[in-house]
Write a protein that binds this ligand. Structure first.
Ligand code: ZN
Length: 543
């Protein structure tokens, strides 16, 4: 069954527009700009008055994914989730289903026309091919966005260090209380930093208590404080941060400005056990928020949302699945040297290419591994670094600026959204350049995400990853730019961002054992993407 949108005063006109067979989009009364999804102010002229404007219902497929996975009972795969650019204004896009043709026949550039399907009090705009091909590129060529210049010459980053790391058991279906995993990781991190629990005066996490339902958090700061009773002078937790690593950036700001000295940052997932226990947290009968414009079309997973962009990338640059496979194979080869990784068996390109399809172009090995586990990182004031038993890791710079639409389908579609901007921002806060990076920890919820980060950070040009990778040799442990020496989320497990921070610290301390990148001194760490993300540039202190 399709999840249907929750009707509200803001959206009822859109979801019922099809009752007369006409598609309508919000139009600004002052400047005429069409905007989707509806917002209460025109992003072009800031006008406050708008009217639903009837449009032709014609458009062009600019991205699509053939979904092969059954996410919902009664919504049978395969089906096509596509992003259609409207003929009147191609930057207005609808996520939809392409119907009236075989899923295998859907192409980027196909012209389509709306066909409404009524479900209860909702008319869903689906699209079917007209038979024509639109040879115009309806997607703007990607460019590196221009960040705001630094607000001052001061770098708060230089007043903090990463002083401790800790990790719980990582695994599939551990069947343990997630808060217990959190405590395991936190106690280890505090000991690793040579601190006592009583020294911890701040707590920071992502996404906080709101993530409990989906197996994405242990309950946040409230749950951990109830367990540890630290009486912190500052706390932070939430999903509206620059990625999971944004919890670490927030801690840096608090320490750099003297509100606390040692902040315990933590991130716990128990998605695997949560799913095994079939705990709730799924879709109710009606959906809202970030799911409203995609779930009714069976676009239930980031595999669908990012698959659309990955196909646009492959189409635009003539790249192949082997490019994505190079990321998956690299992660698996590295994971063989990481005792904590969940999947350590070697993976061949044939196995990668023939794996069960999930949502094109992604197969099973393009998707990271849901797992249980907790990781903790301590942010300390730089002046305390000399008292720590381990080498302190200094923070050279952060990248946090949002320069793209915060949307999965309306903005950047050639890359993972929320990657180009934050990467560009990072380089405005440091004199270092991509060539100075010794090891890259690239968020790989999907293989394509790592490709997006690689290009966004400037290790190669936009659209050039396939050649640059040299079949993966360049990103291997002994290559020019080792990527994800721990195996990444694809092989180590989906610790949702913090695993990359942990590995960067281990590498820069030269404590990564068999997977150590020789003489690693500078690491870039990315977390998130799609939703607002963040980048850290870390360095081993003392040259
Ligand atoms: Zn306007």
């Amino acid at each position: 069954m399709r999840p249907l949108p929750q009707l509200t005063p803001a959206n009822t006109w859109f979801w019922t527009s099809g009752s007369d067979g006409r598609l309508r989009i919000q139009g600004c009364d002052d400047c005429g700009t069409l905007v989707h999804p509806p917002v209460p102010i025109c992003p072009h002229c800031r006008g406050r008055r708008s009217t639903p404007i009837e449009v032709s219902g014609r458009g062009t497929v600019v991205g699509y994914t053939v979904n092969a996975h059954q996410w919902l009972p009664g919504f049978e795969p395969p089906y096509v989730v596509a992003v259609v650019a409207l003929a009147e204004q191609p930057d207005v896009r609808l996520t939809t289903n392409i119907v009236g043709c075989s899923p295998q026949d859907v192409r980027i550039g196909q012209e389509v026309a709306v066909r409404f399907e009524q479900h209860e009090d909702v008319w869903l705009p689906l699209f079917e091919p007209t038979g024509a091909i639109d040879s115009t590129d309806r997607v703007p060529a990607p460019r590196r966005p221009v960040p705001r210049p630094p607000a001052s010459a001061d770098r708060f980053e230089h007043r903090v260090v990463l002083s401790g790391i800790g990790r719980s058991a990582l695994g599939r279906r551990l069947m343990v209380d997630p808060l217990s995993l959190t405590v395991d990781a936190c106690l280890e991190a505090v000991a690793d930093a040579g601190l006592a629990l009583a020294d911890i005066d701040g707590l920071s996490t992502y996404p906080g208590g709101d993530g409990t339902a989906g197996g994405m958090s242990e309950g946040g700061v409230s749950a951990l404080e109830e367990a540890l009773r630290l009486q912190p002078t500052w706390i932070n937790g939430g999903g509206d941060l620059p990625g999971p690593g944004g919890a670490v950036v927030a801690a840096m700001l608090a320490v750099a400005n003297g509100l606390c000295r040692h902040v315990l940052c933590f991130r716990t997932v128990w998605a695997s056990t949560h799913a095994a226990l079939r705990l709730g947290g799924g879709m109710g009968s009606r959906v809202g928020g970030m799911f409203e414009y995609r779930a009714p079309f069976g676009a239930m997973s980031a595999a669908n949302w990012i698959g659309v962009n990955a196909n646009q990338y492959l189409h635009r640059y003539g790249a192949t699945r082997e490019m994505l496979g190079a990321i998956a194979l690299n992660g698996r080869a590295n994971a063989a040297r990481n005792p904590a990784a969940i999947y350590r068996e070697p993976l061949t390109m044939d196995e990668y290419l023939s794996a069960r399809p999930i949502s094109s172009p992604f197969g099973l090995y393009d998707c990271d591994v849901p797992c249980d586990g907790s990781i903790a990182v301590i942010v300390s004031a730089a002046e305390t670094a000399a008292d720590r038993p381990r080498p302190a890791i200094r923070v050279e710079a952060v990248g946090t600026q949002i320069l793209e639409r915060v949307s999965w389908d309306q903005g950047t579609i050639t890359h993972e959204p929320q990657v180009l901007g934050q990467a560009a921002h990072l380089w405005t806060r440091t004199d270092l350049r991509p060539a100075d990076v010794d090891v890259a920890l690239l968020y790989d919820g999907f293989t394509f995400n790592a490709i997006s980060w690689l290009e966004a950070l400037g290790f190669c040009g936009l659209g050039e990853a396939q050649d640059w990778l040299e079949g993966g040799r360049r990103i291997a442990l002994d290559g020019e730019l080792p990527v994800n020496p721990h195996g990444g989320q694809l092989s180590e497990g989906r610790t949702h961002g913090f695993g990359f921070v942990y590995e960067a610290v281990a590498q820069l301390r030269h404590e990564a054992d068999a997977r150590q990148v020789t003489d690693a001194r500078t690491a870039v760490v990315t977390t998130g993407g799609g939703t607002p993300s963040g980048v850290l540039l870390l360095q081993r202190a003392g040259g």
